[in-house]
Design a binder for this molecule. Structure first.
Ligand SMILES: [Zn+2]
Ligand SMILES: [Zn+2]
Length: 206
C-alpha cells in the first residue's frame, strides 16, 4: 500500500515559484547567495478588508546563507495590497514591504523530527509558508485610503471627503432629545453622565 508509506515531508515541486534550490550553495558556514525573483502571489493572502490579489507581482530579494544547522534565509518581499478603506469603504491600493528570516534545517534522520521548524527537502526549500505568514501579519487590519480619511456621514452616509466640511445636518438632533443632550453636556465636566440620565436614555430609546 504505497499511499501509507510515511515520508518525513511531502516532496517539494522544484518548479514551484517559491521553491529555492540550494545545490549551488556550498554547505560551508559563511557561504551566501542572493536571488531576486518576481513571482505571482498565491491565493488567499487576505485578512479582513485587505489582501494581496492572487497572481499579482511579489517582488522577492532572498539571501540564502549556509550556517552550521542548515540554510538561513533572509527575504525581503514587496507586495501590492488592495482593499477597502475602513472608514469610507472606497478602494485602497498600497505596497507593503516585509522582511523575514527563517532557518531551514538540514534534513533530520527518521524519527528525529524537527519540532515546528522548517527543514530542507533534499536541496530544496519552500519559502511559501514563511512568506505567507510574514505577509499576512503585515496586512493592514484597518486600511485607510488616507491617514486623515473623514469617513462617512453618520446621518446620511455621504462621503465626507467629497461632501466637504460644510456638510452638516442642522436638524440632526431630534427636538425631543435636545433637553437630554443639554443635561448630558452639562454633566460631562464631572466625568461620566449621572446615573439617572443613563437610566432615562435607556427607557426612552424607541
Ligand atoms: Zn477612506
Ligand atoms: Zn450627511
Amino acid at each position: 500500500m504505497p499511499y501509507f508509506r510515511k515520508t518525513s515531508t511531502a516532496r517539494i515541486d522544484p518548479r514551484g515559484p517559491l521553491v529555492f534550490d540550494t545545490r549551488t550553495l556550498p554547505r560551508r558556514p559563511g557561504e551566501a547567495r542572493t536571488e531576486i525573483r518576481t513571482v505571482p502571489a498565491p491565493a488567499d493572502l487576505r485578512v479582513g478588508m485587505a489582501g494581496v490579489p492572487e497572481g499579482s507581482d511579489l517582488r522577492l530579494d532572498v539571501t540564502l546563507e549556509s550556517v552550521t544547522e542548515g540554510v538561513l534565509v533572509t527575504a525581503k518581499v514587496a507586495a501590492q495590497v488592495t482593499g477597502e478603506c475602513a472608514r469610507c469603504l472606497e478602494p485602497v491600493a498600497q505596497t507593503v514591504e516585509v522582511r523575514c528570516q527563517e532557518l531551514f534545517s538540514y534534513e533530520q534522520g527518521a524519527g528525529d523530527e524537527d519540532e515546528d521548524g522548517y527543514s530542507l527537502d533534499g536541496d530544496l526549500l519552500d519559502l511559501g509558508p514563511v512568506l505567507r505568514d510574514a505577509l499576512v501579519l503585515a496586512l493592514p487590519l484597518a486600511p485607510l485610503c488616507r491617514q486623515d480619511c473623514p469617513g462617512l456621514c453618520v446621518e446620511c452616509g455621504a462621503l465626507l471627503a467629497q461632501a466637504g466640511p460644510e456638510h452638516v445636518h442642522e436638524h440632526a438632533i431630534d427636538p425631543r432629545w435636545a433637553g437630554l443632550r443639554q443635561r448630558m453636556t452639562q454633566a460631562e465636566p464631572n466625568g461620566s453622565p449621572a446615573p439617572e440620565i443613563r437610566e432615562e436614555s435607556g427607557r426612552g430609546r424607541p
